[in-house]
Ligand binder design. Structure first.
Ligand SMILES: [Fe+2]
Ligand SMILES: [Fe+2]
Length: 280
């Protein structure tokens, strides 16, 4: 496809054969949405991005996502929003599950759960790409088996495209690595979300699947995984319930940029992103 990156070595507007994806890790509250609004358009232009996928499970006040917060994220240039275990935190979620084709929830929820676990995306700057969202079960709610469901869904998506991105929303590093190893050669990338801590293990497996155990989170990093520090410490010290407000300072957009060969679906590169929001 035509490259829109002005710095592309193949020349602007010429075929370069690579699809460039930005994955934005868990967008937390208003600071996270502000980072998306200010940095996604900049990164789109700077890197000639083909598509942007963002995890929105913490977009509304740190818990869940609403129609309005989803709209804010879409209008900043995020093409597809994925989710996770905070899916049910906002009542309005049913609206997104029932009517928003750009919203994907983890596939392995019980049969009959509204919404979709994967979608196909295509635009003027991107060929058809499958986006699949899964949720882990280790140290998390026991939902359906993500391994079993991933294998079937990937085969179904591959009948349409070899370009497939997986957001695996899971706690345990071993579960994420195992799923990505199982899908190696069948999907373009597996990027982990949920822990809000960016790992430094970005790599391309032998079959051509790019992997990052966790993309981190997009929001205030002067915090405990996005929340004000003191109440979280109090909770650990006293065991008493506390109100966890979203923190404010040191806002970063975190995630990864993955380059994928358009013909084969194999990843060409993966790099971590941790971009600071300039101070007002
Ligand atoms: Fe999260
Ligand atoms: Fe989560």
């Amino acid at each position: 496809m035509a490259c829109s990156n002005t710095a592309c070595p193949f020349g602007w507007g010429r075929y370069c054969g690579a699809v460039k994806l930005l994955f934005v890790a868990d967008i937390v509250g208003q600071p996270g949405r502000r980072a998306v609004k200010e940095l996604v358009p900049k990164l789109r232009q700077q890197h000639g991005l083909s598509l942007v996928v963002g995890n929105g499970e913490n977009a509304a006040g740190g818990s869940g996502i609403t129609v309005k917060t989803a709209e804010e994220i879409f209008s900043a240039g995020v093409d597809i929003i994925t989710c996770g275990d905070h899916l049910w935190d906002q009542k309005e979620i049913t609206e997104l599950l029932d009517h928003e084709p750009r919203f994907v929830r983890p596939l392995n929820y019980p049969a009959g759960t509204p919404g979709q676990g994967s979608t196909l995306f295509k635009s003027a700057s991107s060929p058809t790409v499958g986006i699949l969202n899964l949720q882990g079960r280790t140290f998390m709610q026991a939902i359906e088996n993500p391994f079993e469901q991933a294998a079937k869904e990937v085969e179904r998506l591959r009948q349409t495209t070899k370009l497939i991105i997986v957001d695996f929303h899971a706690e345990a590093t071993s579960e994420k690595i195992a799923l990505a190893r199982m899908l190696d050669g069948r999907v373009s990338a597996v990027i982990g979300t949920h822990t809000h801590v960016q790992t430094a293990d970005e790599q391309i497996f032998p079959g051509g699947t790019a992997f990052l155990c966790d993309g981190g989170f997009t929001g205030p990093h002067e915090s405990v995984i996005g929340r004000e520090i003191e109440p979280v410490i109090r909770r650990f010290v006293t065991n008493m319930p506390q109100k966890f407000e979203v923190a404010k300072e040191r806002v970063l957009l975190q995630g990864a940029i993955v380059e994928i060969d358009e013909q084969t679906g194999r990843a060409l590169s993966i790099r971590r992103v941790s971009e600071a929001l300039p101070l007002p």
